[in-house]
Design a protein around this ligand. Structure first.
Ligand code: COA
Length: 175
């Protein structure tokens, strides 16, 4: 009988709120070359800066960081920043070991649905580097479309979550 290798990425994806103990893990992810390259503000972050930013983020009512788990393993983070008037901005990165297999698409959609259900947020925007076509593709697959936010950020494109544009098979209920 044929045997199939166990693929933990096919197991349930979960998002959980980040906690203080995640600071070093998120710091290591943020300074991975693939993440530095994709960041809207490029460059490696120093630990002191990250540590203060992370602690303030956990205390903040205007920001929510989730750790993305796949098959029980921490795979990346997705963050929502409230911008007022029912609007939030999303940003995401995965460890490269987890990219290219649709996990980010599922996490983006799960995060947006979770935020929409749990808060008054009705509009989620993503600012993506013009040269980051893999990320633009992932956001589009999650149900984002080009948006005109009435603001220009040099080198960045704005995309907006349209739940109706999201493929229904991706919609699930993360814990
Ligand atoms: C952007 C990101 C969250 C998307 O999640 P994902 O699970 O990789 O999404 P997908 O598997 O659908 O891949 C999206 C596209 O990127 C491509 N891609 C992803 N990882 C890749 C890799 N390591 N090498 C080559 N291509 C890759 C995929 O082929 C896919 O292309 P396609 O849509 O044209 O088929 C994830 O790739 C990531 O964290 N990238 C690094 C950080 C980053 O860019 N963050 C977003 C900043 S706005």
């Amino acid at each position: 009988m044929k045997e199939f290798a166990h693929d933990p990425l096919e197991e349930h994806l979960t998002l959980r709120p980040a906690v203080t103990a995640d600071a070093a893990m998120v710091f290591a992810w943020r300074n991975l070359p693939s993440v530095v390259e994709a960041a809207s503000q490029k460059g490696v972050i120093a630990w002191e800066e990250h540590h203060g930013w992370f602690a303030a983020s956990l205390r903040s009512d205007a920001r929510q960081i989730f750790i993305i788990h796949s098959g029980g393993q921490p795979a990346g983070q997705i963050r929502f920043d409230w911008e007022g008037s029912g609007q939030a901005q999303v940003s995401i990165y995965l460890h490269p070991r987890f990219t290219g297999r649709g996990l980010g698409v599922k996490a983006i959609q799960a995060g947006c649905l979770k935020i929409a259900q749990a808060t008054g947020v009705v509009r989620v925007l993503a600012w993506v580097r013009e040269d980051n076509t893999p990320s633009q593709s992932a956001f589009r697959k999650a149900g984002f479309v080009r948006s005109d936010p009435g603001e220009v950020r040099p080198g960045l494109l704005c995309l907006e979550f349209m739940q109706a544009a999201a493929p229904r098979e991706l919609i699930h209920h993360p814990s």
